[in-house]
Design a protein around this ligand. Structure first.
Ligand code: SF4
Length: 397
């Protein structure tokens, strides 16, 4: 792997950082993200110490790997359950990021949090005081019976309190996650969740269709009794209803699964959808830098060893070197997730080629099928294309 060459056309700068916190109090029944079900303080401290080493190595070794780190415009603490971390850890890590990389004045700094951990206004005020300015809270559903089916540790009331505390503490950018197509869910649950969130001071909502990865409790449930799971048609009806109501309430549907009030689109996630570079730290975290995708080991102890011995830029971490041809396909694939679409001029500037020629056959075929729309400048998914985006994406792989 050490012989691999970085493609020159993809070298560059980076100003986004993802930090993966691999701890949860228990495993939700639909989740296959890398996390350990523990809040053991020794493991949390091990992670905290190592992540600081990793951040230092990222800063020290970036330049020799073709990457210039600019003052960060976005930092995203995801997981796992970042809100499980002690306040001092978060504080020290953000301070270290400030010292190592610098922070843009208007940097978006997001903490993923579970409702049951925002137990007071003070907890949220503490996060705000060290620089977090965006909370992404995992609601998933406001129906208590569905929260139990998912193995979530919070109730509808906990979620209401959490958002209220966060807002009272001063958070002005609060996002909630929802899932459509949950087992035992009916349209009435969607209506109930929509009524519940109407009263909350939200700026952003992510709504994902349920995916059932193997090795989860839901996979066992699906195998045992698939009748509990809404079929695709009903799942789409649920999503359409959510979309209709959120748009009525002034949210813009800006990405296949995401809605935001004006100027509250997730800046960090938009980096992913625009196939722009980002740094990453923590077990199982993946970075995309200078045309190279690296993934840290999805094991706390292995990652910890790798951080000390090889460092974040090690050849062993490389999972993919993106050729220019792949980069062009990714720009279309990821860019189509954004409902503003892929502009031909932007694409030309980035890849020195006209996608109308490069992907003429795919565009023609998918337009005829009613899944893509091209207005002469921008290629977008149609409404039908949003529902069948996997068919669209397959054509560009
Ligand atoms: S809290 Fe989040 S990361 Fe942890 S198991 Fe549940 S869904 Fe997965």
């Amino acid at each position: 792997m050490s012989q691999l060459k970085i493609p020159n056309s993809l070298t560059g700068t980076v100003s986004s950082l993802y930090i993966h916190v691999p701890f949860c109090q228990s495993k939700c029944h639909y989740c296959d993200f890398y996390s350990i079900s523990t809040a053991d303080s020794r493991l949390l401290r091990l992670w905290h110490e190592r992540v600081q080493v990793e951040l230092q190595r990222l800063q020290r070794e970036a330049e020799s790997n073709g990457v210039t780190i600019l003052p960060l415009k976005t930092i995203y603490y995801g997981g796992g359950t970042p809100s499980l971390l002690p306040f001092e850890f978060l504080s020290e890590e953000l301070e270290l990021c400030r010292q190592l990389f610098g922070l843009a004045e208007d940097a978006e700094i997001t903490l993923e949090a579970n409702p049951e951990q925002i137990k007071s206004e003070k907890i949220a005020a503490d996060w705000l005081s060290i620089g977090f300015n965006r909370l992404s809270i995992g609601l998933q559903s406001a129906s208590d019976h569905l929260l139990r089916v998912m193995g979530r540790r919070h109730s509808r009331e906990d979620a209401f309190q959490a958002v209220t505390f966060a807002h009272q503490a001063g958070f002005r950018n609060i996002s909630l996650d929802l899932i459509s197509g949950l087992p035992d869910a009916h349209m009435s649950d969607i209506e109930d969740t929509l009524a519940f969130i109407a009263a909350l001071p939200l700026t952003h909502l992510s709504c994902y269709a349920l995916d059932v990865p193997s090795h989860t409790r839901f996979a066992e449930m699906l195998a045992a009794d698939s009748g509990r799971f809404p079929d695709d048609r009903l799942e789409r009806e649920m999503f359409h209803r959510i979309r209709e109501v959120l748009i009525d309430r002034g949210f813009k549907h800006y990405e296949i699964s995401n809605f935001a009030l004006e100027s509250f689109q997730s800046r960090h996630n938009t980096v992913y959808w625009r196939a722009e570079p980002y740094l990453a730290a923590g077990p199982a975290a993946s970075s995309y830098l200078a045309g190279i995708r690296r993934s840290n080991p999805d094991s706390l102890l292995e990652w910890s060893k790798t951080v000390l011995e090889q460092g974040p830029f090690s050849a062993e971490n490389i999972t993919e070197i993106i050729t220019e041809d792949e980069a062009r396909r990714e720009s279309i694939l990821l860019g189509l997730r954004l409902l503003s679409g892929v502009n031909a001029g932007d694409f030309q500037q980035r890849h020195a080629i006209d996608y109308r020629h490069l992907f003429a056959a795919q565009i023609e075929k998918l337009s005829q099928a009613g899944l893509l729309d091209f207005d002469g400048e921008t290629l977008r998914l149609t409404r039908e294309g949003e529902d069948f985006c996997n068919i669209v994406f397959r054509e560009f792989v």
